[in-house]
Design a protein around this ligand. Sequence first.
Ligand code: GLU
Length: 423
Amino acid sequence: MVANENSEQTNEKLDVLESTRTVISQALEKLGYPEEVFELLKDPMRLLTVRIPIRMDDGSIKIFTGYRAQHNDSVGPTKGGVRFHPNVTETEVKALSIWMSLKAGIVDLPYGGGKGGIICDPREMSFRELEKLSRGYVRAISQIVGPTKDIPAPDVFTNSQIMAWMMDEYSRLREFDSPGFITGKPLVLGGSHGRESATAKGVTICIREAAKRKNIDIKGARVVVQGFGNAGSFLAKFMHDAGAKIVGISDAYGALHDPEGLDIDYLLDRRDSFGTVTKLFKNTISNQGLLELDCDILVPAAIENQITEQNASKVKASIVVEAANGPTTLKATEILTNRDILLVPDVLASSGGVTVSYFEWVQNNQGYYWTEEEVEKRLEDVLVNSFENVYNTSKNRKINMRLSAYMVGVRKMAEASRFRGWV
Ligand code: GLU
């Protein structure tokens, strides 16, 4: 996680929902769909706001606000993570649910998009408080979720322990074991091999595919990773193991830079469960400085609106791969594209997580579990094909990869919504 330092200095509109709508509308137009399809897809079909009262450890009562958005279930049940973060807003959750629909479309899963969030700061809550909040959230949304309705998963600051509490609460409510209600569970509760590192694995595959197109050798390539959470930390490790030099990493409090390459194993060892590590060092640089470092590959793996109109012209990488949701604004996308920087968009690059979540759900439904090798092989196939599909569409249509990813991602749900007679 990183501080959103640049949001105040820019005049650019940073509303993630507005930007998403803009690109969806362009994608639908290129695909030849009429206006009513856009009207349907520009907002989630359902949004539930809940208030969850929790007795805190000190005896006081705190009321937390949470959301669950379900974008479009024409293709299948909706699916997507739940984030616990102080900056969660209704608008953000809506946009995130639309992005989940696009991801499912790009990797061709039988899902629509959903997303949830609770306004809270888990860094300041005890284990017991977090458990109560997780269970309270499930009770509050239980009517609209379920293995064939809407399947939650981890997202920012939520993990397999939180998924376990949520699964347990849902199973108790329904009075039968329901592992398929949620993904990202611990292995012993029906989790899948490879789920924890799946987002980073998917990003790694996208980096490799993008590097091939740009004739960059991963061995010795200089990589900067913004964010040291689930995606960022696994990714730094995978890239390091593949022979790349990680010259910069960051967390919410600052960034580290070493042109000779950082000692990633040491940093992973010292990071806390929220991905904080830079506090241990004196010589830190700012997150802004990090994004402008000399490197070949830049991976924003933190939060939204990091590469903007203000700093896009200072990015030195030849490839930007979005591991986070929404890190690059539309203006910045345009600037990077004009500078011939290959931008692999979030809805493609970060789709490894939901892909392995789908594998987990399939295994839960079958009651038959796969080996780690099987999961890895299937993820590899899905991501390589999806990358190729989006890349080729962008080349054939002479458009950037964000727009081509939206075209690929929106097509199936637009088609399904029409077949169902909704539009
Ligand atoms: N939260 C992750 C995402 O944004 C994963 C969602 C899932 O596994 O369903 O893609």
